[in-house]
Design a protein around this ligand. Sequence first.
Ligand SMILES: Nc1ncnc2c1ncn2[C@@H]1O[C@H](COP(=O)(O)OP(=O)(O)OP(=O)(O)O)[C@@H](O)[C@H]1O
Length: 259
Amino acid sequence: MPPKPATDLVLSAQDIHKSFGAQEVLKGITLGARNHDVISILGTSGSGKSTFLRCLNCLEIPNSGTVAVHGEEIVFRNGRIGDQRQIERLRRHLGMVFQQFNLWTHRTALENVMEGPVQVKRMAKAEARDLAEGLLARVGLADRMHHYPAMLSGGQQQRVAIARALAMEPDVILFDEPTSALDPELVGEVLKVMQDLAAEGRTMIVVTHEMAFARDVSTEVVFLNEGRIAEQGPPDRLFEHPETEVFARFISKTRRDIA
Ligand SMILES: Nc1ncnc2c1ncn2[C@@H]1O[C@H](COP(=O)(O)OP(=O)(O)OP(=O)(O)O)[C@@H](O)[C@H]1O
């Protein structure tokens, strides 16, 4: 795939390295997202997918490399950043949806979605309520707004989490295995919401094991192997013509998912 012009990128990572103790988990990852890109990150267990995603919003601080959002660069050296305020600015542009939903358990669905706009953006409560009601309706939860997370299924909780991310109007939404914690029968409802977001032109980076989503919804697939990008490109090409043995094996193992 030809490199994307730097000026087109909303979010980019350059040569990201990350170690935990003596274990080097990311060995130089470079990736850029343009507006409307839907990038699926695939890889075997332990290949560094979640770590990379968490580096993008500084939930993990890379040992070295650069992350840039809308042209503002954060340079990491020896696992540090020069200016901590850059992290806050970076996160204003990014939404995150976690595997385990991470909702506030003592707040209703509506309150979970209102929290960010009110606390971070200082939005008036009435306005935040309107926004949250609209977003919850959009993810199919108009009748569950006043439920607490414990009263919702996993799929419903994850849809609340997606509405909560959307409420901050992020430029890019990062999804970290959003369906991995769900019972199989609940996966579809979350994937459907993500598919709708992609169709709306949202920019998304998705760590996933859902091969059908990667193949049918993504604009780009990245395959990580042992902390490096082993393959990258449009899904049709990658799935039809894998270039590396390791990706070919990975696809054949998971082929039943996309049959
Ligand atoms: N906070 C941490 N401290 C120590 N090691 C970690 C930490 N986070 C991740 N690792 C290690 O880094 C490696 C990569 O983990 P990561 O979660 O990024 O992999 P992954 O590709 O997302 O895997 P999976 O598909 O199983 O979730 C693993 O060996 C993991 O044990």
